[in-house]
Design a protein around this ligand. Structure first.
Ligand code: SF4
Length: 380
């Protein structure tokens, strides 16, 4: 039966009611989510073999849960040099990586003289300017394709980055404006204004950029706000067709952050959120959850996910450095034990590889096999 005939958009009110179900009532709903994934994505679970390039650790925001950000004067507060960027990318290439994930702080030059000075020494006036050059460098000297995760961006900035990247991303996190109030996760974070983030996703849609977004759960939002966030993402996808994947990520409390003592979302909460996401989102959107933030990550497979995200054989998860990624061979083994086969995809999903107007169309087409997955499969 075609997927369209078994998927009827789950109404927000229905999704909001899922939180109140007993375990026994919830079990068949989870089964429905899992079956929906099977029908659309089959018995394969994908991942992207990547290196992580934290172009700058400085950021003008100060999210309450972030250990990535470094303030000027802190050890590690810096911009990577072009030589450092290339060294990571080339090492990744030797290890079979295909994606260079540029993940970085947002516009530190708007807040810190030290960031402006560091950029000036590199010959640039803004982080985005330098990012465009760094992506080009990777494209010119390696076979890796950049995926840009640079936070909120204007349409002009996205247009420039589109020329040198295969895809882009930015976590919506949540549409709740409450989270920006004093004492909340996004207080004093200008780029975490939900409207700005929705506008960034929309601008990427206008330009047809394959886009990754997602929600971060357990940062002070309600279940209803989680549903509203996924509905907002789904609406943008309906209008522009560009959201290729949605990540559901669970907050982990980290020492040294403002939210070090916050309660983490329970495993059960994460599982219910994944099920809800699979049912709310169009089934052609890839649903991803990180395997390094939960010991028993196989349970996610029972909730409708079809992707483990970017996993690196080289670089650490710089956002959660205390949580090592599972070795890819282990991920393959544990995925298989649940009845699914691990496959390697590119940063652009198969359904988006046919966009001939995309600047990197032929590069990506050459890296893909007939079904759109990576031609050279590394699942160990
Ligand atoms: S989570 Fe991102 S936006 Fe927030 S402080 Fe860290 S680097 Fe900046």
């Amino acid at each position: 039966m075609p997927v369209e005939q078994i998927w009827e958009a789950t109404e927000p009110s229905e999704a909001k009611a899922l939180v109140g179900l007993t375990d026994a009532e919830f079990a068949p709903v989870a089964k429905r989510a899992s079956e929906l994934r099977d029908r659309h994505w089959g018995k394969t679970i994908s991942y992207s073999r990547k290196v992580f390039i934290p172009l700058t650790t400085m950021c003008r925001n100060t999210c309450g849960y972030c250990t990535f950000v470094k303030h000027p004067g802190d050890p590690g507060a810096n911009f990577m040099t072009p030589e450092e960027v290339l060294a990571v990318a080339m090492k990744g290439e030797q290890l079979g990586c295909k994606e260079a994930l540029f993940s970085l702080g947002e516009r530190p030059e708007r807040r810190y003289a030290e960031a402006r000075n560091a950029l000036a020494r590199l010959g640039h006036a803004s982080t985005v300017d330098y990012l465009v050059d760094a992506c080009r460098l990777v494209l010119e000297h390696t076979k890796l394709v950049p995926h840009v995760n640079a936070g909120t961006l204007t349409q002009d900035e996205i247009a420039r980055l589109r020329e040198v990247s295969g895809s882009m991303g930015m976590m919506l996190e949540n549409v709740s404006r409450r989270l920006g109030k004093p004492g909340m996760a996004h207080h004093a974070c200008p780029d975490k204004t939900p409207l700005l983030r929705l506008r960034t996703i929309e601008a990427a849609g206008r330009l047809g950029v394959p886009f990754t977004t997602g929600i971060l759960i357990g940062i002070g939002e309600t279940w209803e706000e989680r549903v509203d966030s996924l509905v907002a993402i789904n609406d943008l996808r309906r209008r522009y067709g560009h959201v290729q994947e949605v990540i559901v990520q669970n907050f982990r409390a980290k020492p040294g952050t403002a939210m070090a003592n916050w309660m983490e979302p329970s495993r059960e909460e994460m599982l219910r959120t994944l099920v809800m996401a699979r049912l709310v989102l169009d089934p052609s959107i890839s649903l991803q959850a990180p395997p390094n933030l939960e010991e028993d990550f196989e349970a996610y497979l029972d909730c409708g996910i079809n992707d483990w995200g970017g996993i690196s054989p080289l670089t650490a998860d710089h956002i959660n450095p205390e949580r090592a990624w599972p070795a890819i061979a282990e991920l393959a083994r544990r995925t298989e034990a649940r009845g699914y086969r691990l496959v390697e995809r590119l940063t652009v999903y198969p359904a988006y590889l046919g966009i001939e107007t995309a600047p990197l169309h032929s590069t990506l087409a050459n890296m893909a096999r007939a079904d759109g997955l990576a031609r050279d499969q590394f699942v160990a």
